[in-house]
Each structure stands twice: as structure tokens, then as C-alpha cells.
Design a protein around this ligand. Structure first.
Ligand code: ADP
Ligand code: MG
Length: 267
């Protein structure tokens, strides 16, 4: 029995069948403790996004086990996985994935809407999350009226507005210039360091991976290397996040450990 927040045991993922069959993951074993900041690296096509989608409960493994706080995610129903996702996980994507023609405020409110929070709770929490990523005053702007860096900040606000235990970021700086990338890394670093949020980030840029305390390398669907970064970057050029402004912060520095999940019906 592992006390890891996240544990993958022999996880495989097969796409297609017959002649088009492809093993994207060939048996991944990975333990991640609460409060870690992990960079996932590796060449294009090595299975990083496939692994992130499984970790994020957006997809299911073909084989093996995925334990989240000891609960077997691979046995959960689609609805149970969705609940786990809404309650514990936040997502940041390379392409920001914001709703167009929808204000920053409404984009950030969306996860709260899914959760069933009422309008005034949503409004206050979203405004606070936007404030915390340095976007106070930009609530009414639509994605088209924001720069790429600002759009990614809105996406981070959307990811943290539910006070998740884990933020999963798949190439979050892939569409940004160097300065904007470091600003985004500053935000992720602050979430991890000041709010105890576990951060899993895919990147192919060593400059961005340098913020993580641990680097995991994928090659051809396998874990090729798992190393500690002895000298992670501990402060970014710009750190706009206010350490008091994230929605319902955990005790500073203490990892945000979610309560145990209800045990799925396994026999
Ligand atoms: N939905 C899918 N259907 C079929 N093949 C896929 C699908 N998603 C990814 N793949 C394939 O799985 C392999 C791993 O992809 P991916 O996890 O996206 O790699 P990475 O994120 O490391 O670039 C690649 O060969 C890719 O073409
Ligand atoms: Mg990818």
C-alpha cells in the first residue's frame, strides 16, 4: 500500500486495433507525493499527453492501475471520474482552451457552475482567482481582447478557482514567448510553493522544467529517467500571484492533501 497521492502501476494505453494498433504507454510505474512539482519531459509522441490525460481522469488506461489517494480510478464509473476531476484536479493546456466570446470572469466561473455553486459564490471566487493571477480589472474582457500570456493566466485562474489538490499542465508555455513563459512558471511555482498544490507539468523546454524539483522523462511509452533537480529555480522574474489571494488557501507550505475518496465498489 502506497501513501503516494498519485500512483500508476504498470499503466498501458493502446490506441486503435489491428494494423493501426499503437501502444502509446507500455507499462508506466510512477508515484507522486502530495506537494511535489514534477516536470514531465520527452520527445514528441513519447506518451506524455496520453499519461496526463489518464492522470487527469480524462481518459482511462488499457491496463494497469491508477490510484488516487489509494482509490482505484480505473474501476470508477465515468460519473465518479468526473466528480474526482471536478473536486481535486485543475487543468492548464497549451492552447489555453478558453471559451471565445465569453468573458474572463465567466470562463473562470465555469468549473464552479459545473459544481453547482450559486451566482454570487461564483462571482466572488472567480474575481478572487483572477486577482491572484494578476488580472484584477480584466474580468469583462474576452479571450480575443487578451494577450496569450493573459489568456493563460485566465486558464490558471480557472484551474485554481476550485482549490484543487493537483494542477495538471500540458505544455502550458508552448504558445508563449520567453518572458511570458517565465511569468506563467512563476504562477505555477507559487501555487506549488505557497499553496501546497501538487503540480504536474509537461514541457519540452529545459528552461521551464528547471522550476520543477523532479523531472520524469518519457521515451517511446516508457519512463526512461526519473531524477531529482538539485537546484530548482525558486523564484521567477515576475511573480504576480498574491500569496493570500488563491481561493481557500491551505496552510501555507503544507501540501494540500485531499480527504480520502469514497472507496469504489471493488471486489
Ligand atoms: N487519440 C489517439 N488516437 C490514436 N493515436 C494517438 C491518440 N493520441 C495519441 N496517439 C498516439 O500515441 C502516441 C503518444 O502520443 P502523445 O501521448 O500525444 O505524445 P506526446 O504528448 O509525448 O507528444 C503518439 O504516437 C500519438 O500519435
Ligand atoms: Mg503532448
Amino acid at each position: 500500500m502506497s501513501d503516494a497521492l498519485i500512483a500508476l502501476r504498470g499503466v498501458t494505453k493502446r490506441y486503435g486495433s489491428g494494423a493501426s494498433e499503437l501502444m502509446a504507454l507500455k507499462g508506466i510505474d510512477l508515484d507522486i507525493a502530495a506537494g511535489e512539482f514534477v516536470a514531465i519531459m520527452g520527445p514528441s509522441g513519447s506518451g506524455k499527453s496520453t499519461a496526463m490525460n489518464i492522470l487527469g481522469c480524462l481518459d482511462t488506461p488499457t491496463g494497469g492501475q491508477y490510484l488516487f489517494k489509494g482509490a482505484h480510478v480505473e474501476t470508477l464509473t465515468r460519473d465518479q471520474r468526473a466528480r474526482l476531476r471536478r473536486r481535486y484536479l485543475g487543468f492548464v493546456f497549451q492552447g489555453f482552451n478558453l471559451l471565445a466570446r465569453t468573458s474572463a470572469q465567466e470562463n473562470v466561473e465555469l468549473p464552479l457552475l459545473y459544481r453547482g455553486d450559486n451566482a454570487s459564490v461564483r462571482r466572488v471566487a472567480a474575481a478572487k482567482a483572477l486577482q491572484s493571477v494578476g488580472l484584477g480589472g480584466w474580468e469583462r474582457h474576452t479571450p480575443a481582447e487578451l494577450s496569450g500570456g493573459q489568456q493563460q493566466r485566465v486558464a490558471i485562474a480557472r484551474a485554481i478557482v476550485t482549490a484543487p489538490a493537483v494542477v495538471l499542465a500540458d505544455e502550458p508555455t508552448g504558445n508563449l514567448d520567453t518572458q511570458r513563459s517565465h511569468e506563467i512558471m512563476g504562477l505555477l511555482l507559487a501555487l506549488n510553493r505557497d499553496h501546497g498544490i501538487t503540480v504536474l507539468m509537461v514541457t519540452h523546454e529545459p528552461d521551464m522544467a528547471a522550476y520543477a524539483r523532479r523531472m520524469v522523462h518519457f521515451v517511446d511509452g516508457r519512463l526512461a529517467k526519473d531524477e531529482v533537480n538539485p537546484h530548482p529555480i525558486t523564484c521567477a522574474p515576475a511573480e504576480p500571484i498574491a500569496s493570500t489571494a488563491v481561493a481557500t488557501p491551505a496552510t501555507p507550505t503544507a501540501p494540500r492533501v485531499p480527504p480520502a475518496l469514497p472507496t469504489p465498489e471493488v471486489t
